[in-house]
Design a protein around this ligand. Structure first.
Ligand code: ZN
Length: 444
């Protein structure tokens, strides 16, 4: 069945930056059949967008859905102190809590225009099963795409790591469970709705051996590979003391700097580090709000882009960015880039590109991230008749600069997931109520 979305300002995000101010998108099944301006083609069904802006569905490249359960904690802490306070709390996670957390986090993201979510789950307390399955179920129910990682930690406090020994696992158990989940859940090829990634947590919570063997497993199974890197000055000092080099040098020594890898944060990079990312093809998930919230610093995104590094955006967990809104990160990326490098450091459209095609490039999903014939029909529709866009002739820049916004419609694989600013397949109030009941178990 074909559906025509007409009378919109279509931002294709293609290589040429094509926009159709009086445009349309023709969707056939799960894919975009055609995009253009002027007289639209015939279709089985037509939707009048009344001048709304249409962008590709946003792509979140770094998140921790479970953290919706523990917001607004350790409010003035840096990353290490924040983690030390929260690790023991997160040790209480089980499948029921994870399901409630994932529904909340994914619903918030969908309402911010996000069609694809990468989730980095790394807390697997002994004896709890079904955590990844719970978040995949939540994504399927809501109708969004998920790349769920089987994260891991195996470097406990007694071995010089940061997490308490009670939340770390044995290496063989991690690798075995990752392979099991990939076999049961991972879809490959265009249009995949559920994928599994391999993601040991960080240099200060995973051993070098786990990092190396995780990379080996990911490459053998063709899975994406991800970790946290160079987030804070404390992490830099930790790596230098323990490993005798910077976090980036450490990761490179483990065979990780490559095209199938992207790392979250990368705030503290030297000129040489930036160049190595560009030369090796490794990518960066930029998480500006979380970095500001934890006082970690501001990543060198302009320098990374100038070095041809793939850069996407991440909300990061909502315990370090209490707002799970990817459109907010688009605006924050612009603001912090300008805070670092002046008013020309990033345009509104460059910021929007980070949140769309930048994200799909990190996930190596060439079926997502732009509105072009043959791509997946993932569309975010933004109303332009509200108070905040009054007086803005350039509606695309106006949207970015006045964000965040509740998306009006979100289409994922041709299916409407959000319509009139409301979830189509679930009840937001019920999700929030169920989440509050679970979150109480984690209250101080
Ligand atoms: Zn993170």
């Amino acid at each position: 069945m074909s559906r025509l979305y007409r009378n919109g300002w279509i931002v294709t995000m293609d290589d040429a930056g094509t926009e159709h101010e009086d445009g349309w998108v023709l969707v056939d099944g799960a894919v975009v059949a055609a995009v253009g301006g002027g007289k639209p083609p015939e279709a089985d069904e037509a939707v009048d967008l009344e001048g709304a802006v249409v962008t590709p569905g946003l792509v979140n490249t770094h998140h921790h859905l479970f953290q919706t359960l523990t917001r607004a904690r350790a409010q003035e802490a840096n990353l290490f102190d924040w983690l030390r306070e929260l690790y023991p709390v997160w040790a209480g996670i089980d499948a029921e809590a994870e399901y409630a957390a994932a529904r909340t986090g994914l619903a918030e993201l969908a309402l911010s225009g996000c069609a694809t979510v990468f989730d980095h789950h790394y807390v697997f307390p002994d004896g709890r099963s079904g955590l990844i399955e719970a978040e995949v179920q939540a994504a399927r129910e809501l109708g969004v795409r998920i790349v769920a990682s089987r994260g891991s930690m195996d470097l406990g406090e007694s071995q010089g790591g940061l997490p308490p020994d009670s939340v770390v696992e044995e290496l063989d158990a991690v690798l075995g469970d990752t392979e099991r989940l990939a076999g049961e859940l991972h879809e490959s090829g265009p249009g995949a709705l559920v994928q599994i990634a391999v993601a040991p947590c960080s240099p200060f919570s995973a051993t070098g051996r786990l990092m190396e063997e995780s990379a080996g497993l990911a490459r053998r199974l063709g899975l994406p590979l991800h970790t946290h890197l160079a987030e804070t000055v404390e992490e830099d000092a930790y790596c230098r003391e323990l490993y005798g080099c910077s976090p980036v040098q450490y990761l490179e020594g483990l065979g990780w700097l490559a095209e199938d890898v992207w790392c979250a944060h990368c705030v503290h990079l030297s000129d040489g580090d930036v160049a190595r990312f560009g030369e090796t093809g490794a990518g960066v998930a930029h998480c500006p709000t979380s970095n500001l919230r934890l006082g970690a610093g501001v990543a060198r995104v302009r320098d990374l882009l100038d070095a041809n590094v793939r850069v996407g955006l991440g909300v990061d967990g909502t315990a370090s960015n209490e707002r799970g809104d990817l459109f907010l990160e688009v605006k924050q990326a612009l603001l912090v880039a300008r805070g670092r490098g002046g008013p020309k450091a990033m345009t509104a459209r460059e910021a929007l590109a980070l949140g769309t095609r930048g994200g799909s490039a990190l996930l190596r999903r060439d079926d997502l991230g732009t509105l072009e014939p043959g791509k997946q029909a993932d569309l975010a529709v933004w109303r332009t008749d509200g108070l905040e866009l009054g007086g803005a002739a350039d509606l695309v820049a106006g949207l970015v600069l006045s964000g965040p916004h509740r998306v009006d419609r979100l289409v994922v694989a041709g299916e409407e997931v959000v319509r009139d600013g409301q979830l189509v397949r679930a009840d937001e109030t019920e999700i929030a109520r169920a989440h509050r009941a679970q979150a109480r178990r984690f209250s101080p």
